[in-house]
Design a protein around this ligand. Structure first.
Ligand code: BZD
Length: 839
């Protein structure tokens, strides 16, 4: 599995010691050595996990001198660095990815076998860092991979949550949340750097004073100080020496505070401070749209942003650069508004701590920051009450007032007498009980603003950010998302990777557009035959996994129809269910009916407090219980709910899919990235004209994409003209029958009330137009079922999808950010110096 070629990373002169060598024998010896000296075990008592750790340290050693060289080069060459600020990262398991990137997968596989072990079993031991909710966190991880691969100097800053996104179990068909103790067995990939800890202030008050030169200054006297300790994880690039850093901050109590308490004899008080401090980075908020008003969430945001910016200023001053050149040396990207407080924090650091004058500080700040928006849902835009904000960050509130005043002065000049404009643009929302609008802060304090797909960016310009677009059209650009083909093809689909590489070589792994060379092969019967064999084998793997883990038998020749993503009403998993129930009814009416067998596969978590999302999960499992056991239908329909959808589990799913469900209400999904992962692995898409679906369809060709549903414009028009979902129910017998069956208690042991909130919601409100799109979806699904009968044509279509998916590499996206927003260049990392130093 992985790449079959030999190592081609630049190693410099051959060094074949136990910490750097790539030969099978050296690797085998290093694993044995690490088992003994790191894990403190001998083979007779070592567990698989011990061996995983021994192997992980073996791989880490090989990354380390690349990493050290990278840091050294960045320092010495005074290069411009990308600083990606994100409250979430979902990197997935590191080991397999590092083997692919280092190009040592085959050697390690053999070394592990020579030790009497199985590499896949060891890979399965890794606990993934679930430090994110979904698309936004995973995008940050794909971007870190591409930055390293493109040899761009970059640091990812974030939070080292002790508990990541909860593990999901299904009990009695319902989602149950289990705490994610991902660090319990240790983490071989991180290195703590306590010597680089910084202090972060909270609460208290501000006071003004006049300095020696007679300048008016402000001092912030905090109520509490928390220490941020960085933990660094190496992010390797594919077949390059560049190894960037993911720096995650953990909150601890500062020693000085303990001392104060001890001096006063308050031992318990000191311990208490330690506990409350450490609570700060204890747990990830499991909502993929913000829960408004939680103080701890704002504390988390400010904590990691302050740590990161203090760290950047320290690096800058260490390089002996003047502060005025800060924005020439760092490009800071805000991954949504979660780190937007950074704009006020950089102003505070420059003005209060480094005593720079406001105008210069503001120029530096605006030049340094750029902002990516990830949502169109107005209810998901982050705001903080003035009261809470001022209590926690009194100095930042003053700074935001000052920013706002200067900004509104500018607005006033442009829109003389237009008070509506002022109210609409203000950083303060005066209507809803005085709240700070973080998206407005992000827009005002950044030189660039982008959406994550073409439609999304257009809708930002005409919707939630229209006033800013009118003011500063030049700040706006689109950066359509992408995903890394190293993880999402090479690592997770070795069979497909080998088939492709055998035919067109390996250049596509770094130049995904080279997949175009596959297009002519779509007409080559023997290639198509091999393609089908690969798909069939991968589908069998998933069938085996489902058999072992759930005791459920599925048919690998059926259509694997997959919807895997967070549960949200706008993503419309319930529309998918309505299709299933419709097929079920057809079979019940006509048991002999011809129907292409389908396996419906679902995966995804619901926010713990999102009742409707959890009810939709229950509906899926309930319909599954009825369908899977029904002898009349189970040869044609099967329903699988794969519990605990995370990066690890997703890696089994994407390669096996035939059909990718991308069925959000048009205008609601900013981009989607799962859509790209499915397509890269040869699934066809059934989807709406939403997010990146539109661009995927353009790329692969309309004839190779199953389109249905209303457009974003039609959605808006229909909602404006008082949408009446009930009319669709009244006039559509199949829809009526499906909804009635769900209401009747048929899937809930006769309990007609269980799914009432869902059905009633659809009949009377249906904010996401499920009923309006129902018939179009059913018709489209019918043509999918027909098309699958012709395996030759289906395969050809799948190959063309892969051949034309190149645009959706995160390498393309990162190149665009580098050129249009960050203005950074690649820096090649050489290893010679290290070898010389070592010799
Ligand atoms: O970001 C998602 C969007 O919904 C997707 O359409 C898009 O593809 C990805 C990447 O751009 N947004 C999120 O995943 N958002 C969150 O996870 C989130 C987390 C905390 C608070 C708010 C949103």
């Amino acid at each position: 599995s992985g790449q079959s070629d030999s190592m081609d990373v630049q190693t410099g002169p051959q060094i074949e010691d136990d910490r750097t060598g790539f030969s099978i024998e050296t690797l085998r010896r290093a694993i044995a050595d690490n088992l003994y000296y790191i894990q403190g075990k001998f083979p007779e008592i070592a567990t698989q996990y011990d061996y995983y750790m021994a192997l992980a340290y073996t791989v880490r050693d090989r990354i380390l001198h690349r990493w050290i060289n990278t840091v050294k080069t960045y320092r010495e060459q005074d290069v411009k660095v990308v600083c990606y600020l994100s409250a979430e990262y979902l990197p997935g398991p590191h080991l397999g990815n590092n083997l692919v990137n280092l190009g040592i997968y085959p050697q390690v596989e053999q070394a592990v076998r020579a030790s009497g072990l199985d590499l896949n079993a060891l890979l399965a031991e890794e606990e993934e860092p679930g430090l994110g909710n979904g698309g936004l966190g995973r995008l940050a991880a794909c971007y870190m991979d591409s930055l390293a691969t493109l040899e761009i100097p970059a640091i990812g800053y974030g939070i080292r949550y002790e508990y990541g996104i909860f593990d999901q179990e299904i009990r009695d068909g319902w989602q149950v949340e289990i705490t994610d103790k991902w660090l319990r067995l240790g983490n071989p990939w991180e290195i703590p750097r306590p010597e680089n800890a910084v202090d972060v202030k909270f609460g208290g008050y501000t006071e003004s004073y006049t300095d020696d030169q007679g300048h008016y200054r402000v001092r912030w006297v905090p109520h509490q100080v928390v220490k941020g300790v960085p933990y660094d994880t190496p992010i390797s690039g594919y077949r390059v020496n560049t190894t960037n850093t993911l720096r995650l901050w953990k909150a601890e109590a500062p020693e000085s505070f303990d001392f104060q308490a001890f001096n006063l004899g308050d031992y318990y008080g000191a311990v208490d401070t330690k506990i409350t401090s450490e609570n700060l980075t204890k747990v990830l908020y499991p909502n993929d749209e913000p829960i408004q008003g939680k103080q701890l969430r704002l504390e988390q945001q400010y904590f990691f942003v302050s740590c990161s910016l203090q760290n950047l200023l320290k690096i800058h001053l260490l390089r002996e650069d003047p502060l005025e050149t800060f924005a020439d040396k760092f490009a800071i990207q805000l991954n949504d508004t979660h780190p937007a407080i950074g704009i006020a924090e950089l102003m505070r650091l420059l003005v209060d701590e480094y005593l720079i004058n406001w105008e210069i500080a503001w120029d530096i700040t605006q030049e340094a920051f750029a902002f990516t928006n990830h949502t169109l849902l107005p209810e998901a835009l982050e705001t903080w009450s003035l009261e809470l904000f001022g209590r926690l960050l009194p100095r930042h509130l003053e700074i935001i007032y000052e920013i706002n005043q200067r900004f509104l002065d500018q607005v006033r000049l442009k829109y003389l007498g237009n008070t509506d404009k002022l109210a609409q643009l203000s950083l303060l929302d005066e209507r809803r009980g005085k709240r700070i609008r973080m998206a407005h802060l992000a827009c005002v304090g950044s030189h660039a603003i982008n959406g994550v797909a073409a439609l999304h960016t257009e809708l930002l310009k005409t919707g939630v950010l229209r006033d800013f677009y009118e003011l500063w059209p030049e700040k706006f650009s689109n950066k359509t998302n992408g995903v890394t083909p190293r993880r999402w093809m090479v690592l997770i689909n070795p069979r497909l990777t080998q088939l492709i590489s055998r035919n067109i070589g390996e250049s596509w792994i770094k130049q995904l557009d080279d997949l175009r060379q596959l297009a002519p092969l779509a007409n080559d019967p023997s290639f198509c035959h091999e393609w089908r064999q690969v798909k069939r084998a991968v589908k069998q793997d998933l069938a085996d996994y489902i058999q072992t883990t759930q005791g459920l038998t599925i048919n690998p020749d059926s259509i694997y129809d997959v919807q895997a993503k967070r549960f949200h009403e706008y993503k419309r998993q319930h529309l998918n269910v309505l299709h299933i129930v419709t097929l079920y009814n057809r079979i019940k009416h006509n048991p002999e009916i011809e129907m292409t067998p389908r396996t419906f596969i679902f995966g995804g978590k619901a926010a713990p407090g999102y009742r409707m999302a959890k009810l939709i999960i229950k509906l899926i499992t309930a319909v599954g219980d009825a369908v899977n056991q029904d002898p009349d239908v189970c040869d044609r329909i099967k329903i699988v709910f794969m519990p605990d959808f995370n990066v690890t589990n997703s890696q089994r799913i994407y390669p096996a899919a035939d059909l990718s469900e991308q069925i959000s209400t048009a205008g609601k999904e900013a981009s989607g990235t799962g859509n790209m992962k499915f397509s890269m692995n040869g699934a066809l898409t059934i989807g709406t004209l939403d997010g990146a679906n539109i661009e995927i369809r353009e790329a692969v060709g309309a004839e190779n994409f199953y389109l249905f549903g209303l457009t974003a414009q039609e959605v808006a028009d229909l909602k404006a003209s008082s949408y009446n979902p009930r009319a669709y129910y009244d006039s559509n017998a199949a829809l009526r029958e499906a909804l009635d069956l769900i209401s009747s208690g048929y899937f809930s042991h006769g309990d007609g009330s269980l799914f009432q909130p869902l059905v009633e919601g659809l009949l009377h409100h249906d904010p996401y137009l499920v009923l309006a799109d129902y018939q179009s979806y059913i018709d489209c699904q019918d043509s999918v079922g027909q098309a699958f009968q012709d395996q030759e044509t289906w395969t050809r279509t799948a190959i063309l999808n892969v051949a034309r998916i190149g645009k959706f590499s995160s390498d393309r996206a990162i190149r665009e950010y580098c050129q249009d927003i960050w203005h950074v260049d690649p820096v090649h990392i050489k290893l010679e110096e290290y070898v010389q130093a070592k010799a």
